[in-house]
Design a protein around this ligand. Structure first.
Ligand code: S3P
Length: 439
């Protein structure tokens, strides 16, 4: 792609973004991070070969592959996104000779802890400074009930030492609504004696439930519970990963709010447990269409067409939060440019993400001149806010960097995002795609 103008200037780790009045184009959205993590882990404990096309290019999913390498698996990536894994069976991992480095990735650490809980060795899971501030007791508690033993800093923070053992089944209702926790328990359940059940209070993303039967696992799913029969051998299979709807969300909001925009985003995952964001912006008046709906490996996929729109504003209730948790930073930006603003409650989980996302959103919106109020479990941003180009912080958090890059397009003068390089955590091609859409 050829740079046509100087609207995006990278200065090492900062990027200057100038305002924009027109966006046009058609792009493919890279593979889903959540699905990629799950498939790589399951392929490693299956028997035989799995191929995974459109595997996520994110640094987070590469952290998963690095951990699997340290466990004796040899994932081969061709052409950047085509992954082949020769699985070694449920307990075929090698005892790692080093700490397993999950980098910035909570999914890697939490989901892998479920598999490591049932291995006949001790391993240490660690990560970067941000990950080492994130709570792991939410997985330690259920996995301890299944028989594993854990040590962690202050009983909850990484590094996490996992002493694996022969696990027994549990029936468990997590206190935090989290698909990572559900997945860690189900992964442990694959190795446990008996039938392990997770009962949810509100639904969370269901990619694990969709993937498991394709590896030959015996599971039963009802609207708020899922159970898996343990110690049944899994087998490798072939997969194509849909585009990541959480990555698409940044371009959806850009397409809605840049005054003259029409964008087509190809191959986006439209699983019902991931489309709450699209439904929410539609309910605010956003012109968002799904075309060419199809299914890949049990996951609904389609193309998303988005056109400039007037957004009304709205409020996000606590029960909606788990289904659009990753889209809240970009929704905050949409709220500031909507007619009536946006409020959100029951989102205290945002405080323990890659950054404290409530504080990060509020600081950056306020720096741009928006009227915004921080709450313990959310925020309220007034509508019709004129956004000022200024210095903005990523706080080392990929979704904050991308949300405020979109805010910069809507500002009245250029803005600089400091620490912009962290977009690589989920979406390395974000800035080049954004650049290609500016006409
Ligand atoms: C994820 C679940 C969510 C989400 C994260 C990915 C997953 O986390 O924020 O980006 O793949 O299961 P929680 O389960 O902690 O809410």
């Amino acid at each position: 792609m050829v740079a046509k103008d100087q609207d995006i200037k990278p200065f090492e780790d900062k990027i200057q973004i100038s305002p924009c009045t027109k966006l046009r184009g058609s792009v493919s959205i890279p593979g889903d991070k959540s699905i990629s993590h799950r498939l790589a882990m399951l392929a490693s404990i299956a028997e035989g070969e799995s191929t995974i096309a459109n595997f996520s290019t994110s640094a987070d999913c590469h952290s998963t592959l690095e951990c699997l390498r340290a466990l004796g698996i040899d994932p081969v990536v061709r052409d950047g996104t085509h992954l082949t894994i020769l699985g070694r069976g449920l307990t075929g991992f090698r005892t790692p000779g080093q700490d397993l480095n999950a980098g910035n990735s909570g999914s890697t650490l939490r989901m892998l802890s479920g598999i490591l809980a049932g291995q006949p060795f001790t391993s240490i899971l660690s990560g970067d400074a941000s990950l080492c501030r994130r709570p792991m007791d939410r997985v330690m508690e259920p996995l301890s009930r299944m028989g594993a033993r854990f040590e962690a800093r202050e009983h909850k923070y990484p590094p996490l030492t996992v002493s694996g053992t022969s696990l027994r089944w549990i029936s468990y209702s997590p206190t935090v609504s989290s698909a990572q926790v559900k997945t860690a328990i189900l992964f442990a359940g694959l190795l446990a004696e008996g039938v392990t059940e997770v009962i949810e209070r509100v639904p969370t993303r269901n990619h694990t439930e969709i993937a498991l039967p394709q590896f030959g696992a015996a599971i039963e799913v009802s609207p708020l519970s899922v159970s898996v029969t343990g110690r049944k051998q899994l087998h490798g299979s072939e997969f194509i990963v849909p585009g990541d709807p959480s990555s698409a969300a940044f371009f959806v909001v850009a397409g809605l709010l840049v005054p003259d925009a029409e964008l087509t985003l190809h191959g986006v995952g439209l699983n019902p447990t991931r489309i709450e964001f699209f439904e929410f912006v539609r309910a605010m008046g956003g012109r968002v269409q799904f075309l060419n709906l199809r299914e890949q490996n049990g996951e609904p996929v389609g193309d998303v067409v988005v056109r400039s729109s007037e957004l009304e504003g709205g409020s996000i209730a606590p029960h909606q939060v788990p289904l659009l948790i990753d889209e809240i930073p970009i929704l905050a930006v949409a709220g500031a440019r909507s007619r009536k603003g946006l409020s959100i409650r029951g989102a205290q989980e945002l405080r323990v993400k890659e950054s404290d996302r409530i504080a990060a959103v509020v600081k950056n919106l306020a720096a741009m001149g928006a009227e915004v109020k921080e709450l313990d479990d959310g925020f309220e941003v007034k509508g019709n806010q004129r956004l000022r180009g200024t210095d903005l912080e990523s706080f080392g958090d990929h979704r904050i960097a991308m949300a405020f890059s979109v805010a910069a397009l809507l500002a009245d003068s250029p803005a600089v995002i400091h620490g912009a390089d962290c977009v690589k955590i989920s979406f390395p091609s974000f800035f080049s795609i954004l650049h290609s859409l500016r006409t």
